[in-house]
Design a protein around this ligand. Structure first.
Ligand code: COA
Length: 374
């Protein structure tokens, strides 16, 4: 058995930012237009008037202050309310592959690794811009990697489930170097016209490079253990699959084709699931909470992360023990915990341990215990 390690990470961040204030101005203009257009139906009780959103609510309920997006103008146009992304020809690189390659190249450069030596590409994300060929195979070709690649989707837990898959293959010897890449274009499956969730998501891509320990010379993180679990729930759901065209109804009016959630229930049900999952994993690994220097949690909601941090540590974690990137990036689905890990792990000293943990639709929860090695 080989010891798998994380030798580098990379983040691709889009250049366009939408602040809460900008988002709320656009949403409120859209709501006014909607109410004006449907005044009669609203007056007769056939439709419900749309209420205004508020920046204060967004910051207080979620901890989000802004989000990066691939296209800001479409999202903020009250007559459009979604990103406008140029349709690419079959002979052009796909949008997801382009982001994935950018993040992967950052990780490869940091580790000083030639892409040709990578023999596994996993593109793990919440949504894919096409069914096949797998985006991972396109990324493999664009990078010039060897071996094989495939796509996988476990929603917000895609990154940690991908890391477990790659780590297991490195352990078993079937691959030597793996890239787990999470290109998340959340802006395209968010319903920007729904006040309850229009503030939740942003776009980003992350990449995690895994290698056999014996191949790595610089500082790295040993993967001490990984643990994945799923439990079916309809509380976070997106019905936009390939069968959509076989169903009756106007596709554009089908709210269930975008991200749907019952946020309160998610809050209540996922918190105990995640805290117990991490505590069980620590116990199985013979570790205590006091052995942890850092928690890199999924970035969906600040209150949720504060709660999990408190449960796992048995006290309020210090800010540096549980870094949040949510305020800058919003929820970036599977990429959130990897952004936090990428930006807040260089300061760890030899022997320091931490947990990368993601959770979300499925329900799903995946966690990886790592130890810094200099
Ligand atoms: N602006 C102003 N008010 C708003 C609003 C907005 N944008 N959105 C909702 N409200 C109102 C609601 O209508 C509600 O009003 P009411 O009390 O009169 O009914 C009130 O604010 C509270 O709404 P609620 O949805 O209960 O808020 P919340 O405190 O649960 O926060 C979430 C909402 C989505 C931020 C929160 O539930 C959450 O983060 N849940 C988990 C999300 C998660 O992890 N999802 C996984 C995705 S991968």
């Amino acid at each position: 058995m080989h010891q798998p390690v994380i030798s580098a990470t990379g983040v691709f961040t889009p250049t366009e930012i939408i602040t809460n204030d900008e988002l709320v101005v656009a949403f409120n203009a859209y709501a006014d237009l909607y109410n004006e257009k449907n005044a009669e139906a609203i007056a007769s009780g056939e439709l419900t008037a749309k209420d205004h959103s508020s920046s204060e609510f967004i910051t207080k309920a979620s901890g989000i202050e802004q989000r990066y997006v691939l296209n800001k103008s479409g999202v903020l146009d009250p007559n459009i309310m979604h990103p406008v992304l140029r349709e690419r020809g079959d002979d052009e690189q796909s949008q997801m592959a382009e982001m994935a390659v950018t993040a992967a190249q950052v990780a490869l450069e940091k580790a000083g690794i030639d892409a040709a030596d990578v023999d596994l590409i996993l593109v793990a994300a919440s949504n894919f811009e096409r069914a096949y060929p797998a985006i991972a195979v396109e990324v493999q070709a664009l990078l010039g990697a060897s071996g094989f690649g495939y796509d996988m989707n476990v929603a917000c837990s895609s990154a940690t489930f991908g890391i477990q898959s790659a780590a297991d293959m490195i352990r078993a010897g079937s691959v030597r170097k793996a890239l787990v890449i999470n290109p998340e274009i959340c802006s395209a499956h968010l319903e920007w016209r729904d006040r309850d969730c229009h503030f939740i998501f942003g776009d980003v891509a992350t990449a995690t490079l895994l290698e056999r320990k014996e191949d790595v010379k610089g500082a790295h993180f040993d993967i001490l253990s990984s643990k994945c679990a799923t439990q079916f729930s309809n509380n976070i759901r997106n019905n936009n699959g390939f069968l959509r065209r076989t169903r009756a109804g106007h596709m554009d009016d089908r709210r269930d084709m975008q991200f749907m959630q019952n946020g309160r229930a998610v809050f209540k049900e996922v918190l105990p699931l995640v805290s117990k999952h991490i505590l069980d994993q620590l116990a199985e690994a013979g570790l205590a909470s006091s052995d942890l220097t850092r928690l890199w949690l999924h970035q969906a909601n600040k209150t949720m992360n504060d709660f999990i941090g408190r449960k796992v540590m048995g006290r309020d974690p210090e800010a540096q023990e549980q870094p949040n990137i949510l305020q800058d990036y919003a929820n970036t689905s599977s990429a959130g915990s990897i952004i936090a890990f990428s930006k807040f792990s260089d300061d760890l000293k030899a022997g320091d341990k931490g947990v990368i943990c993601s959770f979300g639709a499925g329900y799903s929860v995946g966690s990886i215990i790592v130890e810094r090695v200099e």
